[in-house]
Design a protein around this ligand. Structure first.
Ligand code: TPP
Ligand code: SF4
Ligand code: MG
Length: 247
């Protein structure tokens, strides 16, 4: 594949649904890696889920692992490549927090020198919108048709808070993509997570609240972004830096 220089050119070739947050996040990752001077020294663990579409447009070196294997695969890549390349684990909430929870927590527990980008859209997007651990109470999904009932299926999990409060990692942040201002802040979190890796500081996790208009059955421009700002952020998933080691 010919090298594509411009992030917007890359994203245009990836068939995310209209209004999906993944496209913005891919663009931000590419911009950060380019600006840090690592465009030829970057390897991505590409997760199963809508993350996997990234391979149709982005020409980075990629390892496609088993569903949930990001923490383990990124560990192996980084330990092998050491300072010669940046390693990103790009994962969905279902991948990183459901099926891959053990791998995600173990990599953080070991303070592996990797950067994890976890896209939280409160469902298993690619497979048709099933309930995930991040699904909100009352949220209708294809496996919680009357709304998630926390009495039988628990409350949403907050892995960033769990890692920030439990393990000796470098950095944890949560951002979103609902406005140009929030996109700029999220870019700052991603860049900080990558800079930490360059500086050998250890594990960084950046969770990004991202719209999935297709499975939320909502308008991509208005309702989907409103849901993040009026429901997800104030009641369950506060945004900002949750942990900066040394501060
Ligand atoms: C071992 C295994 N179990 C289940 C699946 C089916 N599967 C593919 S993608 C996916 C959901 C991914 O959801 P998430 O990680 O949240 O990513 P999203 O598509 O929402 O961005 C599932 C369950 C699979 N591919 N492999
Ligand atoms: S199903 Fe959801 S997460 Fe997947 S590409 Fe479509 S909008 Fe994005
Ligand atoms: Mg998801």
């Amino acid at each position: 594949m010919a090298k594509m220089k411009y992030p917007e050119q890359i994203v245009a070739n990836i068939p995310f649904c209209p209004g999906c947050g993944h496209g913005i996040i891919v663009r931000l990752m590419v911009e950060c890696v380019n600006e840090l001077g690592y465009s030829d020294k970057i390897v991505m663990h590409q997760a199963v889920g809508c993350c996997s579409l990234v391979g149709l447009g982005l020409d980075w070196e990629m390892l496609v692992g088993a569903h949930g294997g990001g923490g383990a695969n990124a560990t192996g890549l980084k330990r092998m490549l050491k300072d010669t390349a940046l390693v990103i684990a790009y994962q969905g909430d279902g991948d990183a927090y459901n099926i891959g929870l053990a791998e995600t927590l173990n990599a953080a527990y070991r303070n592996e020198n990797i950067t994890v980008i976890a896209v939280n859209n409160t469902n298993f997007g690619m497979t048709g919108g099933q309930m995930s651990w991040t699904t909100l109470p009352g949220q209708r999904t294809t496996t919680s048709v009357d709304g998630r009932d926390s009495k039988t299926s628990g409350m949403p999990i907050k892995v960033p808070e769990l890692i920030a409060n439990s393990f000796d990692t470098a950095y944890v942040a949560r951002g979103t993509v609902t406005s140009p201002a929030e996109i700029r802040k999220t870019k700052g979190f991603i860049k900080q997570g990558l800079q930490n890796q360059i500086d050998g500081k250890g594990h960084s996790l950046i969770e990004i609240l991202s719209p999935c208009p297709t499975n939320w059955h909502s308008n991509p421009i208005t309702d989907s972004l409103d849901r993040i700002e009026k429901e997800l952020i104030p009641f369950y998933y506060p945004i900002g830096e949750l942990k900066v080691k040394g501060e």
